[in-house]
Design a protein around this ligand. Sequence first.
Ligand SMILES: CC(=O)SCCNC(=O)CCNC(=O)[C@H](O)C(C)(C)COP(=O)(O)OP(=O)(O)OC[C@H]1O[C@@H](n2cnc3c(N)ncnc32)[C@H](O)[C@@H]1OP(=O)(O)O
Ligand SMILES: CC(=O)C(=O)O
Length: 543
Amino acid sequence: MIMTTDVRRIQLYDTTLRDGAQSAGIHFSAEDKKRIARRLASFGMDWIEGGWPGASPTDDCFFELMRDRAWSHSRLVAFGSTARPGHPASEDPGLARLVACGADAVCIFGKSWDLHVTTGLGIDLQTNLDLVRESVAWLKLHVDTVLFDAEHFFDGYAANRDYAMQVLAAAADAGADSLVLCDTNGGSLPEQIGACVRQVVARYPDLTIGIHAHNDSEMAVANAVSAVSAGASHVQGTINGLGERCGNTNLISVIPVLKLKMGVNCGVSTESLRKLRRLSTFVNEMANQLPWQHQPFVGQNAFAHKGGIHVSAVRKASHLYEHIDPASVGNAQRVLVSNQAGRSNILAKLQQLEPDAIVDDAAVVRAVQRIKEMEATGYAFEGADASFQLLLRRATGQFRRHFELVSFRVYDEKRGHDEAPESEATVQVRVNGRLLHTAALGSGPVNAMDKALRAALTGAYPGLEDMRLTDFKVRVLSTKDATEAAVRVLIESSDGVRKWNTVGVSTDVLEATYRALNDAIEYKLVMDQVASEGEQVITDGSL
Ligand SMILES: CC(=O)SCCNC(=O)CCNC(=O)[C@H](O)C(C)(C)COP(=O)(O)OP(=O)(O)OC[C@H]1O[C@@H](n2cnc3c(N)ncnc32)[C@H](O)[C@@H]1OP(=O)(O)O
Ligand SMILES: CC(=O)C(=O)O
């Protein structure tokens, strides 16, 4: 860990609501944006770029909704471009909207790569310098803080250094408070960024120099960190790295790097840092994105240990295979049980699930063998803690079957192309020596089987009334012979208080379903029994 005595205060500038909204597949409503903005403000973000007034009714509505904000720290920023060529800045409707929208500050982008000036805007180089200067100067007459995003700065610096620096000078001379250097195409490398930022910082020691990096070369976080090391004191980015094309600097990674590894003050308290995972999850939900399970720091797998060697070591000292304490960013260690496991995985997992359990070594060895045999046939216990716990109970002789299946039969009948199919299941089970026989209709064969099985058992086990199947996933497992392919069924169940996951595998999807259902029901009965006997209830998640 590199800890420095850097005393700078690094400003965090979030552009999730502007650059993040430019991600393919992301659509924020004005209300969504308001909720995210509020969350970012309560996290303690210094700057929150809300959008581009005038670009869309959503952004206009958002700025209207934000007029009654009462933030103690964060400042709302309106984003836009320099004046359009041909308009004096004072008559440019775009600049006027930036001033009128009620934001605390304005950020405009301007071209700093000569090629973009001549080819993109189609104007000469001097006219662009005038546009930048006049736009910033006019804005400074009306708003306190003006930030200037030098678009394509690093490409511009490589192509025509003098011109790129003249663009910065035009903005600085006109009164810009911050010069933000943009790696707009995301193609620069950390060394280039560092060298370039160092030059700009040396030239403008009294201005805030910022970095805005895109992730097209998977370098955005590294480039932001390199810029800070080279003297930048303002980092732009988004939550979860949302943004145009491959995204933007991921603040969810940059923040802990700055705070925990570089020892730089970015204004995020230890308490706020512990909310990092929740902030990431919240934005995923608002953006309707599935969480990235391998996401550094906050992903479900960021501190998940699978290999037996790793688990053996983290049980002795967690930092042997963990670069930070997971709790510092609101995450937690996970131990996975799979065919990569050794005894340590089993013991660590058991300790998480049943801290008081005492299991002898021979039983653990049996459990490891059994897991590896079952995984070889297609089982996967990583996402099925309840099946894993039952397996352990079986290996340790602590399992008593609550019912015995005698038979099941499932019909699925469809009459005509446009008619909905009907499913019916009949089940015979033996409970305490009594033969019970039930039938049930369902919205599909799985639903019918689940209903019939629980209907047969609720007389003997009333707790099953509350149990529901809440998720059902089928995965076809590839084999040499596709017609013989096995399927893996993962079921999530809930009783309104707890939820748990089980797995079943077979070449027959209904048989695989039955196995997963059987574990789900047995697990519920074991939990109820443990609870009524006053032992600790074992669960792999709570609602
Ligand atoms: C690097 C970035 O991420 S910048 C942010 C990019 N974000 C977005 O574009 C999202 C919001 N944008 C929009 O809603 C629309 O593009 C608007 C409302 C801004 C403009 O829409 P339109 O007027 O229809 O123009 P259009 O989008 O086709 O083209 C952009 C225009 O801006 C001009 N332009 C580009 N950069 C600048 C600049 N820095 N200063 C002034 N004008 C600029 C372009 O030359 C082009 O003008 P032209 O059509 O005369 O060549
Ligand atoms: C301003 C901006 O979003 C960019 O240059 O990438």
